[in-house]
Design a protein around this ligand. Structure first.
Ligand code: PHE
Length: 453
């Protein structure tokens, strides 16, 4: 529809795949996936997660790329364009607003966690690591969490890193960062995998991942598998829509989507295959929750051969993964601001980055001064605002956003337009249309209603 002459475009469909994979692969894959899997029945969780990914999340990924590429603007304006094109109400833009807000909330706590990572790059490169007793190493995490000043500094550094890339625009910012960070990330990932196979308890770690304990599966587990499938593919908040708006009309959406889903899933599994064998190699307990990566793993690294070096590498890997994701979280809001107000891209990036930084302060204090506890679906939560933001976004806003995107693409946008964008065989189009019209929205809504009552 709208002409795309003046709009920036990714240089090739490979860059798009790399950028979208960079968005998808983040803390969700390397930090969250292994620990929720550890807590929720290992292989049984993986199975439910895979069903969610292929039947519910992937059709929505395709839908988001379709909407972005056809709308040729930031997510909010894209939805306005598409609603108008199909003679529907402009009010549909509401879910795009929710998505942009969701990105702002997620980045506010994501950046604090990314700040912990930067702090750990320093901790792991300490040459005395090996001589420290286990308790001292695992206690470092608690010390960090009780020190809001240190957390605030690293949160600020990470926000500056993220904002600078987005301020530079698509070609000079996002594309350049992708070209450097993604190959580096893959290289580190493979190196760490080889390390884990050769130096750690690989068989035991792999067995833990494959061993399915179905007794641990309950509603809360299904909800977190669904929420995580959205979170890990960066769906439900317009990120992929924004990236899709810079995609060439010639690219096959179906093909790039498949690559992104496969890369994201493989990397999550690879991350588990790196982390669990290392944890097992010194006989630690794997289902340690959020502290798995920040307390259990560093303790394990400290006892491994050349552990300080490999531990440092691991945290650099995490930082790169978090960085490419953070860029994509802020992009929808910055694109909206620079396309719809008189602010330049640079000023928009600084403004939005500043708001997110400020909101992040709530998370910084969630672990110390302002900490409070509550119960959610039978699980005890101790980190006040941080847990509230996490639950609100990954368990409710992202699935709801995803369901609305599915309904909008499947029911509101005219079939002729989605067919033009997908440009695939009739059978594949029909399968996708069925999933997006019925399976994705109904599954999400049923699970959400269950969770609420
Ligand atoms: N997909 C990212 C991860 O797995 C997180 C993310 C969510 C990024 C939403 C962008 C938008 O860590």
């Amino acid at each position: 529809m709208a002409n795309s002459n003046s709009r920036a475009q990714w240089s090739s469909h490979w860059i798009f795949i790399m950028a979208a994979t960079g968005s998808a692969v983040g803390l969700g894959n390397i930090w969250k996936f292994p620990y929720i899997m550890g807590q929720n029945g290992g292989g049984a969780f993986v199975l439910i997660y895979l069903v969610c990914i292929f039947l519910i999340a992937m059709p929505i990924l395709i839908a988001e790329i379709i909407l972005g590429r056809r709308g040729q603007a930031n997510p909010i304006t894209s939805i306005q364009h598409l609603a108008a094109e199909s003679q529907q109400k402009k009010a549909w833009q509401c879910f795009a607003w929710m998505g942009v807000t969701c990105g702002i909330i997620i980045l506010s706590f994501y950046s604090v966690v990314a700040g912990w990572i930067i702090a750990y790059i320093g901790e792991m490169s300490n040459s005395n690591l090996r001589t420290l007793p286990n308790e001292d190493i695992s206690a470092k995490f608690g010390t960090l969490l009780s020190d809001p000043k240190r957390m605030l500094i690293w949160h600020s550094v990470f926000m500056v890193l993220t904002t600078s890339v987005v301020a530079l625009g698509i070609k000079k910012g996002l594309e350049k960062a992708t070209k450097i960070l993604m190959p580096a990330l893959l290289f580190m990932l493979l190196a760490l995998f080889i390390y884990s196979v050769t130096s750690a308890e690989f068989a035991k770690g792999a067995a833990f991942m494959l061993n399915a304990d179905f007794t641990k599966i309950n509603l809360s587990v299904v909800l977190s598998a669904l929420g995580h499938s959205f979170f890990t593919l960066s769906l439900g908040m317009g990120t992929i829509m924004a990236y899709g708006s810079y995609l060439s009309k010639k690219t096959s959406i179906l093909r790039v989507s498949l690559y992104i889903v496969i890369a994201d899933t493989l990397i999550a599994i690879l991350a588990g295959l790196i982390i669990f064998p290392i944890v097992f190699s010194i006989g630690l307990e794997p289902s340690a929750g959020p502290g798995l990566v920040f307390s259990t793993l560093p303790t394990a690294f400290a006892q491994m051969p050349a552990g300080s070096m490999w531990g440092t590498l691991f945290f650099i890997l995490l930082l790169f993964a978090a960085w490419t994701s953070a860029i994509s979280m802020i992009e929808p809001a910055v694109a909206y601001c620079s396309e719809k107000t008189r602010l330049t891209r640079k000023s928009s990036a600084i403004l939005i980055g500043g708001i997110i930084w400020g909101l992040g302060i709530l998370t910084v204090f969630s672990f110390n001064t302002w900490a409070f506890s509550f119960e959610f679906l039978g699980t005890q939560k101790n980190a006040g605002f941080f847990d509230i933001f996490d639950i609100l976004t990954s368990n409710f806003m992202l699935p709801l956003g995803g369901a609305l995107i599915a309904i909008f693409t499947g029911w509101v946008v005219k079939k002729q337009y989605t067919q033009e964008e997908l440009a695939s065989s009739h059978t594949l189009f029909s399968i996708w249309l069925f999933l997006i019209k019925f399976v994705s929205p109904i599954a999400v809504i049923i699970i959400l209603i269950y969770a609420i009552i």
